[in-house]
Ligand binder design. Structure first.
Ligand SMILES: C[S@@+](CC[C@H](N)C(=O)[O-])C[C@H]1O[C@@H](n2cnc3c(N)ncnc32)[C@H](O)[C@@H]1O
Length: 452
């Protein structure tokens, strides 16, 4: 009988055929990890067969690694991955990918890299070698490092001299979105993760749905919810970076799902979309570009709205001048000031809050809604890891993607995926959660039954 490791390897090979055919069709070589990233070098994103083939390859290859390596190695390497997050943050905040971008393909000796970022070359060489072992940067000669496909994503699009002279502008270009997210992960997510156990085991916070009792608040030694903490004058940098990081987050999901996931085109001209908790307006901006017949009001907390307005003025003045996007300070726990809007949109909001607080946010919108207002919630629906045949179908949502990976793959998420990570990240930030489709179903029946 064929071994499961051979079956996994064959699954990889069979699906490689699909990816090679995709390259042949486009007349390109497969992407190389050694070269900096070129936009468009991914396998075709809007071809379902190509995407399924790459999902199966990733799932089968990861299961193969987990099967071949000892459980000790699997577990310890995974547990140690927060060290990688810390190292990535160092590389991002010290602008190392930017320094290497200016150095070109021959790379730069670690002494020169460290001198540019005023750091210890002995320490920086360890950081870079760890990252290069994880395919982030490459060591082209002993102690000489250069960018590769993965590290080149950290280039912020700003000259190195300016990055060091005016660090407050570090994440001001659109290319800064992913580096901002990486720095935020290496800072807040790592700090919060290290206090998860304390938050979940302390009887005072173990069952709490309060945002200011989350693990990150413990880590930052504050009684404030992260939103309030980030707005303290001395946390200005964190606030600004978080706003931009939200844009980086959207790169982890196909833009089409959100810009085409609702019939925006079907709305009449000048329909008003209220982007509740819309951050610095990144999603409204993307929608406005795709659907120029719509108008948007982005609502958020005062300092976030200020940041969004400043950014839009500099990066997209035409959108601002057209009057199609405007900003409004609004606390979504208070009465909604815009009644009878065509659409109220909550993108990545409900996942920040426990059921108690999500319900208040939704009730405020229901009070303001007119008979034709629509509610659009953009959030992840997290899949179970077990086989679809084991899960309850009672609350199935039309269009929902059921995980379905071929045997001998046993993990239906195909490995650690962003939605599962995000759920725990929401918990450690603010006692929120990503919800399964069952949890959404039970929750929405409960909300619909709640009198206002
Ligand atoms: C996860 S971010 C999502 C931002 C945006 N919707 C997006 O997808 O990029 C959550 C947003 O909720 C905002 N927020 C938190 N508490 C709020 C409140 N009470 N009223 C309004 N906005 C709030 C935060 O400032 C932040 O911009």
């Amino acid at each position: 009988m064929k071994s499961s490791i051979r079956a996994l390897a064959e699954l990889v090979l069979k699906n490689i055929d699909v990816l090679e055919a995709d390259c042949a069709k486009r007349g390109v070589q497969e992407p190389s990890l050694l070269d900096p990233y070129e936009p468009g070098s991914e396998f075709t994103v809007d071809d379902g067969n190509v995407q399924r083939a790459s999902t199966i390859i990733v799932a089968a290859a990861q299961q193969l690694i987990q099967t071949v390596q000892s459980p000790q190695t699997n577990l310890l390497m995974t547990a140690y991955s927060t060290t990688l997050s810390g190292a990535i943050r160092v590389a991002t905040e010290f602008n190392i990918a930017d320094i290497l971008y200016e150095a070109g393909s021959k790379g730069l000796h670690v002494k020169e890299i460290s001198s540019a970022c005023k750091a210890d070359p002995i320490k920086i060489s360890q950081i870079l070698r760890l990252l290069a072992s994880g395919w982030i940067f490459k060591e082209v000669k002993p102690d000489v490092f250069a960018n590769n496909r993965n590290s080149s994503i950290m280039v912020k699009g700003i000259p190195v001299k300016k990055l060091f002279d005016a660090p407050e502008l570090k994440y001001s270009k659109p290319e800064g979105a992913t580096p901002a997210l990486l720095a935020d992960i290496g800072d807040n997510t790592v700090k919060g993760s290290s206090y998860l156990y304390e938050a979940l085991s302390d009887p005072k916070t173990a069952f709490s749905g309060e945002a200011n009792e989350a693990a990150l608040c413990r880590a930052l030694n504050t009684n404030l919810a992260c939103w309030d903490f980030f707005e303290l004058p001395e946390q200005r940098e964190r606030l600004n970076r978080f706003g931009v990081a939200m844009q980086g987050m959207s790169k982890l999901e196909p833009l089409d799902v959100t810009t085409k996931g609702f019939d925006w085109e079907g709305l009449k001209k000048d329909s008003l979309v209220v982007d509740v908790g819309g951050g610095i307006g990144s999603f409204s901006l993307a929608l406005a570009k795709e659907h120029p017949h719509l108008k948007f009001v982005v609502q958020d907390r005062g300092p976030v709205v200020e940041d969004g307005l400043e950014r839009l003025k500099v990066l997209h003045p035409e959108e601002l001048n057209s009057g199609r996007i405007s900003f409004q300070e609004h606390n979504f726990f208070d009465s909604q000031p815009i009644a009878n809007a065509d659409v109220y949109m909550l993108k990545f909001i409900i996942h920040d809050w426990s059921n108690k607080y999500s319900e208040i946010i939704l009730c405020r919108l229901r009070e303001a809604a007119g008979p034709h207002s629509r509610l659009v919630i953009v959030d992840k629906v997290i899949p179970y890891i077990c086989s679809p045949s084991e899960s309850n179908d009672e609350f199935s949502i039309p269009g929902i993607l059921k995980p379905d990976l071929p045997a001998p793959i046993v993990n239906m998420s195909g490995g650690i995926t962003y939605p599962h990570l995000s759920s725990v990240v929401m918990m450690l930030y603010c006692n929120g959660q990503e919800r399964t489709h069952d949890a959404f179903g039970q929750y929405s029946s409960q909300i619909l039954a709640t009198p206002i």
